[in-house]
Design a protein around this ligand. Structure first.
Ligand SMILES: NC(=O)c1ccc[n+]([C@@H]2O[C@H](COP(=O)([O-])OP(=O)(O)OC[C@H]3O[C@@H](n4cnc5c(N)ncnc54)[C@H](O)[C@@H]3O)[C@@H](O)[C@H]2O)c1
Ligand SMILES: CC(C)[C@H](C(=O)O)[C@@H](O)C(=O)O
Ligand SMILES: [Mg+2]
Length: 355
């Protein structure tokens, strides 16, 4: 199979973790005789450094030609004084919007080997953590009007019926191949957008009689995630709530460093990135956990290329390495073997080569 992958290495730890994910892509390529063409694309801070613009036109052209995009993370203190429309984070939002990637799947799955790294009590962790946040990604407050007039700042939040329907459909279909439960998280006791979400999601649920649907206010959901995360199967939510809850959910599984994500639209083109940011505090120290990015590559194999065996190889390799006790600093616990970012990548590749 021949596929074109746009590579956005990004800023701070971005190039470190993407470097390890590319090692994994190359090992899959060699093992299964695929051809992946890698297009290096500048976006975010690296693009500002090179061209002054956070998302140059040449990058947009390359992104539009890709079958899939792999992105590390963008942003960081060096770029915080950029004007709002040229911040690295703006490039990320533009890419999501340009490629029509309205559905962001963020699995929160606890590897049993990492139970000791979870901040939750053992009796809560033992019940299992295995759910997916289905986050709406191209609407809501992120894409509304942003305006500052003198002493007043406004961020507008809007959702249309169609935007809600298409993401809710993804959530119901995700639940159908999991444990048949959708929890729609909103703030319908205050927000009109949330009231519309409830109506649209309730109507659509009639087409999915095999899926149980419940609604939960976002403040309660934040609490329930700590109290009993085993109650969740698919969390369906709007853009900003999904951003916040997925970081919270990741930590319940031990570390934000192992969680990957897929951003999908109505075609097979997708963007794959860990859910964490550019971690400026650990950049350049070979300390970053590359597993979230490597597991995002597994999602790329599955969702964009329909290469299930390849996806499973990557996931199995990560599992084995964790079984063998290897940990980066962020998931370290007593008796485990601490490794750096590059060694972790090498260990995963060695496993894949062994199967
Ligand atoms: N998708 C993205 O590109 C993306 C996502 C989130 C944040 N950001 C940007 O990243 C910058 C830093 O943001 P932040 O500090 O709020 O969040 P962050 O996720 O970068 O870091 C939060 C904490 O988690 C740790 N961490 C994150 N990823 C890790 C990994 N792979 N291994 C080990 N530890 C890890 C960091 O060291 C830090 O202590 C900001 O500019 C922000 O806008 C980008
Ligand atoms: C960097 C930022 C714009 C982004 C978001 O809020 O979507 C990030 O936090 C994420 O989770 O991917
Ligand atoms: Mg986030």
């Amino acid at each position: 199979m021949e596929k074109r992958i746009a590579i956005v290495r990004g800023d701070y730890i971005g190039p470190e973790i993407v470097g390890e994910a590319i090692k994994v892509l190359r090992s899959i390529e060699a093992k299964y005789h695929h051809t992946f063409i890698y297009d290096e694309v500048l976006a975010g801070g690296a693009a500002i450094d090179a061209t002054g613009e956070c998302l140059p036109q040449v990058s947009i052209v390359a992104l539009k030609q890709a079958d899939a995009v792999l992105l590390g993370a963008v942003g960081g203190p060096k770029y915080d004084s950029q004007p709002a429309n040229n911040r690295p984070e703006k490039a990320l939002l533009r890419i999501r919007s340009l490629l029509g990637l309205f559905a962001n799947l963020r699995p929160a799955i606890l590897f049993p080997q990492l139970a000791d790294a979870s901040p939750l009590k053992p009796e809560i962790v033992q019940k299992g953590i295995d759910f997916v946040v289905v986050r709406e990604l191209t609407g809501g407050i992120y894409f509304g009007k942003h305006e500052t007039i003198g002493d007043l700042a406004v961020d507008e939040m809007a959702y249309s019926v169609e935007e809600i329907q298409r993401i809710a459909k993804v959530a119901f279909e995700t639940a159908q191949v999991r444990h048949h439960k959708v929890t729609c998280v909103d703030k319908a006791n205050v927000l009109d957008t949330s009231k519309l979400w409830r109506k649209v999601v309730k109507d659509l649920a009639k087409e999915y009689p095999d899926v149980e649907l419940n609604f939960m206010y976002v403040d309660n959901a934040a609490m329930q995630l700590c109290k009993d995360p085993s109650q969740f199967d698919v969390i369906l939510t709007e853009n900003m709530f999904g951003d916040i809850l997925s970081d919270e959910a990741s930590m319940l599984t031990g570390t934000i460093g192992t969680i990957g994500s897929a951003s999908l639209g109505s075609t097979s083109v997708g963007m794959y990135e860990p859910i964490h940011g550019s971690a400026p505090d650990i950049a350049g120290k070979d300390m970053a956990n590359p597993l979230g990015t490597i597991l995002s590559v597994a999602m790329m194999m599955r969702y964009s290329f329909h290469l299930e065996k390849e996806a499973q190889d990557i996931e199995k390799a990560v599992n084995t390495i964790l079984d063998e006790g290897y940990r980066t600093a962020d998931m370290m616990s007593e008796g485990m073997k601490q490794v750096g970012c590059q060694e972790m990548g090498d260990l995963v590749v060695k496993q894949i080569e062994n199967y």
